[in-house]
Write a protein that binds this ligand. Structure first.
Ligand SMILES: [Zn+2]
Length: 329
């Protein structure tokens, strides 16, 4: 029994010694070495890290979000591999270097919004909000291209120059040209429509008129040969200058037969008044041109349905043909 007790004590002493020795060894190793991960990428060593989980989350965060403006995500073909090893404490770890190597191996994809004008990508902005602001601004300014503008969300490997909504507005704004009211000159078949003939009383007109030519009225206004003569004919030698009866804009200046008028001119004299000059030889003014009262706009001739040199002169008020002799001659 006593022998057994001695035996037990020896054993305890021995176990304690072994345990102390073990702790000393572990402590010594821990003192000199530290647990470290050797990191490699595509089989190549790229550095050591002490804190694997911190480095991993930093890399994952970069892949998901990038680290620059407008980077949508990063594509990395291979993730780094970590191998546990023991290194002496004075060996330097290099999380930043590892991170940079991983970063350079990846491909960043940029996210931005293209402003598209008539199916063409023109400019790029950072956010949908900026894009919408730019288009709203152009619409507000009534830019000519306002209905051709659209937004497209883009993911591209190529970074683009990002501009602000203000820059988009100033660069894409197109002024709407105010179209001048023009009636194209035509060689034949041109006719300025009328809205009837006033064979009754004189109507008041706001425009002061002068005689386009001096001469004798050879055919009066009204019924003639079973139809209505819409103007008066004034005989004059060929080439006599025809004056504008009032200032106005040329709305028709046409060579040709023109339904019998021959070469003729129609002026818009304002206040609903139009004057017409038919059977001319030459026409001196063009459609859209402004003329002053008395200005020579054409010369007398016998073109169209005519049997001799004369001016066929008409006055229309709001489209209704009036008798020129109520005002002149
Ligand atoms: Zn006539």
């Amino acid at each position: 029994m006593k022998k057994l007790l001695v035996h037990m004590r020896t054993w305890i002493r021995l176990i304690s010694l072994v345990a102390i020795a073990g702790l000393l060894i572990v402590g010594g190793v821990a003192f000199i070495y530290k647990p470290t991960y050797s990191v490699s990428l595509n089989g190549e060593f790229i550095g050591y890290t002490k804190d694997k989980s911190q480095l991993q989350s930093r890399i994952n965060n970069y892949i998901e979000n990038g680290d620059g403006e407008n980077i949508a995500f990063v594509q990395v073909d291979n993730l780094p591999e970590y191998t546990l090893c023991l290194l002496k404490k004075d060996v330097e770890t290099s999380d930043d270097e590892i991170f940079n190597v991983v970063k350079q191996s990846g491909k960043a994809y940029y996210k931005y919004f293209a402003i598209i004008d008539n199916n063409e990508e023109k400019l790029y902005v950072a956010t949908l909000e900026e894009a919408e602001k730019a288009i709203a601004g152009l619409k507000e300014k009534n830019s000519k291209n306002k209905d051709d503008l659209t937004i497209k969300e883009k993911y591209e490997a190529e970074p683009k120059e990002i501009v602000t909504s203000e820059e988009v507005i100033s660069k894409l704004y197109e002024k709407v040209e105010v179209k001048k009211k023009t009636i194209k000159s035509s060689s034949s078949g041109v006719y300025v429509a009328t809205k009837g003939v006033n064979t009754g009383k004189k109507v008041a007109i706001a425009v002061n008129l002068i005689k386009p030519i001096s001469g004798t009225v050879t055919s009066r206004f009204g019924s003639r040969w079973g139809s209505t003569h819409k103007g008066i004919d004034i005989g004059a030698p060929k080439g006599t200058g025809i004056k504008a009866a009032a200032a106005g804009t040329v709305i028709l200046s046409a060579y040709g037969y023109n339904g019998g008028y021959g070469n003729y001119i129609v002026l818009d004299n304002g206040s609903g008044v139009q004057t017409l000059y038919g059977h001319c030889t030459s026409l001196n003014v063009k459609v859209g041109q402004k003329v002053s009262q008395g200005q020579i706009i054409a010369t007398v001739g016998s073109t169209g349905r005519s049997t001799g040199n004369h001016l066929h002169f008409e006055i229309r008020v709001n489209g209704v043909v009036q008798n020129p002799q109520n005002y002149l001659y």
